[in-house]
Design a protein around this ligand. Structure first.
Ligand SMILES: C[S@@+](CC[C@H](N)C(=O)[O-])C[C@H]1O[C@@H](n2cnc3c(N)ncnc32)[C@H](O)[C@@H]1O
Length: 220
C-alpha cells in the first residue's frame, strides 16, 4: 500500500471513529462564528444560481447546510462513510456521497463552485498541491473555490480527540505556501482573508479563508 493511501486510510478511520461526536460538536459552529457567516454569504452571492456546487470534505454537512439555507443547490462529499451517515441523518434534504478530493470522480470543467472547510488539515504539502490541481481540473472556467485552513508552520500530533483515543497529524500551512501553490496550479483572483481565533469557540489557531477563481478561456 502506498504511503499516500495509508495516510488516507488513517484519516478515514479517524472520522469514522469520531463521527457522532464530531457531528454533535460542530453541526452548528457557523452560528458562533460571524466571519464564517460573512464569508459564506459572499460565496453564495458570487455563485448566484450557478450549479452544481459541492462541499468537499463536508464532514457532518454544516457548511453545505448553511449554503443551502442561503439558496445554493449544494451536495457534499467526504472520505468517511460514518460521517456521511451523520450528515444524511441531520440534513436528509442534501445529497451526500463518498469520494476522495485527491482523485475526484468528476469530469473536467464540470463544477460551478466548491467549498472545502478545513478539508486540507490532514494533507501533506504534496497532497495540498494535488488537491488544488484536482479542484482546478473539475471547476468550470469562471468557477469559484472557497476553502479554509489553519495558519502556521507546525504539525500537531493529536492522540485524543472528542474523547476518543486516536493518532493523527493536523497540518498548518503558511499563507505564502498556499498562495504559491494556487498560483502554480493556475488559479486567478486569489483573495486570502486571515483572522484571529474566536476564543472559547474553537481551537486557538489563526485561520484563513481563501477565494479563488478558475480563469475563463482567453481568446488569442
Ligand atoms: C477537519 S474535518 C472538516 C469537516 C467539515 N468541513 C468542517 O468544517 O467541520 C476534515 C474532513 O475532511 C474529510 N477528508 C479528509 N481528507 C479527505 C479526502 N482526501 N477526500 C475527501 N474528504 C476528506 C474528513 O473525512 C473530514 O470529514
Amino acid at each position: 500500500m502506498s504511503v499516500m493511501k495509508q495516510n488516507l486510510k488513517k484519516v478515514e478511520n479517524l472520522y469514522d471513529t469520531v463521527a457522532k461526536e464530531y457531528a454533535e460538536t460542530f453541526s452548528d459552529e457557523h452560528d458562533k462564528k460571524p466571519k464564517d457567516q460573512e464569508i459564506l454569504r459572499r460565496f453564495s452571492q458570487d455563485i448566484g444560481d450557478r450549479m452544481p456546487v459541492w462541499d468537499f470534505g463536508c464532514g457532518p454537512g454544516q457548511t453545505a447546510k448553511y449554503l443551502k439555507n442561503l439558496g445554493i443547490e449544494i451536495s457534499g462529499l467526504d472520505l468517511s462513510e460514518k460521517i456521511l451517515e451523520q450528515a444524511r441523518k441531520i440534513h436528509p434534504e442534501i445529497h451526500f456521497r463518498k469520494g476522495n478530493i485527491l482523485e475526484l470522480e468528476f469530469e473536467n470543467d464540470s463544477i460551478a463552485g466548491a467549498a472545502a472547510f478545513y478539508a486540507i488539515v490532514h494533507f501533506t504539502e504534496e497532497q495540498v498541491r494535488i488537491a488544488f490541481s484536482e479542484l482546478f481540473r473539475v471547476l468550470k472556467p469562471g468557477g469559484l473555490f472557497l476553502f479554509t485552513y489553519h495558519i502556521g508552520e507546525e504539525t500537531i500530533r493529536v492522540e485524543e480527540f472528542l474523547g476518543k483515543k486516536i493518532d493523527i497529524d493536523f497540518m498548518f500551512f503558511t499563507t505564502d505556501f498556499i498562495y504559491s501553490c494556487l498560483k502554480k496550479v493556475g488559479f486567478k483572483k486569489i483573495d486570502i482573508i486571515e483572522r484571529e481565533p474566536y476564543p472559547e469557540v474553537e481551537y486557538e489557531s489563526r485561520r484563513a479563508y481563501v477565494f479563488v477563481i478558475k480563469p475563463t478561456l482567453q481568446r488569442s
